[in-house]
Design a protein around this ligand. Sequence first.
Ligand code: ZN
Length: 399
Amino acid sequence: MCRDLVEKLVQKNDSRILMAVIDGLGDISIEELGGRTPLEAAKTPEMDRLAAGGALGLHIPIARGITPGSGPAHLGLFGYDPVRYQVGRGVLAALGVGFKLQHGDLAARINFCTLDDSGIVTDRRAGRISTEKCVELVGLLTDVKIDGVETFVIPVKQHRACVVFRGNGLTDDIMDTDPGLVGHRPVPVTGSGKSRTVIREFQEKAGEILADLNPANFLLLRGFALHKEFPSIEERFGLCSAAVALYPMYRGVAGLVGMDIMKCSPEDITGQEKAVKRALDSGHDFVFLHHKPADSAGEDGNVQAKISAIEEFDRALPAFLDLDFDVVCITGDHSTPCPMKLHSWHPVPVLIHGGPQRSGYSSAFSEKQACTGALGSFRSTDILTLLLASAGKLAKFGA
Ligand code: ZN
């Protein structure tokens, strides 16, 4: 569907929309659950009630058979075609640690690594140094100054950090310096242009600082990406939106589309509940609520933990529903099947409650019932269109 059409039809009203994302919600048949999925096995009376009174369907995060990262998967949920609105790895890494990027910043991921005396990479992760060590090394690199740009180095976790260069005229057409394999030298930054000069200089100066250390005596750079500002969700869809997420990356992706980022205190689901209330009290009509634990359980292959995470969300749900939303959507950004311990391409169940719906097709929220739900299956970018329509925020097309 042409997104511009939806943007042209948007009409504002007071209806309020909640989009709750249970990260990595979708799963596949699991033998120990008698062929059911964790969502099918979990006791979810609240979501089942909403399913019966609303409508279910399946969304396809990017395209059939394509496995998404959480960043692009969320952009799809926010109505941004993830193939058109691409966010590079470096930018996601910087957003992930809560770094406030500006338009035109060049970001890249850093791996601290080990080189032998002849400059060959012997360990691409420097023995997975501790996060404390990473913070210490990053502290040393704050001394690196390069003419014409501001340089920010930010620790991430273990051997991972990221770097952001800020200055005019930077480009991201730069190859990774990570050879991807041990036994090779770091890939040289060749060619001309400001970005190359800056990166060569950064690598040289950082290399001098790290040279006598052990095991992290050099760094590899990858995922160079330029930060480009997107048109905001308010400009595109007329929504005054707020994000209630505990993890920096999701706050970052929400910030990319111009959502207001709500503080959560305490940093748990009770803090999220207070934040959603504050978002509504301050006039927001679209709230994105993010719940992470199901995805982590899926990546650990921990079936019972995934069931518990889904049940925990269901128990918390009434407090959010009491806040008086007109339309509620519950879905995942992608599937993270426990047997795979990875994100996957499998379509994700979606539930919409509120507004005029073809209800009565489903009696519970599950993958199986979503297959025969009233909404059918569709691209993730259509969810926002359906929510706008359900909330009466889209005018008729044509006379
Ligand atoms: Zn995710």
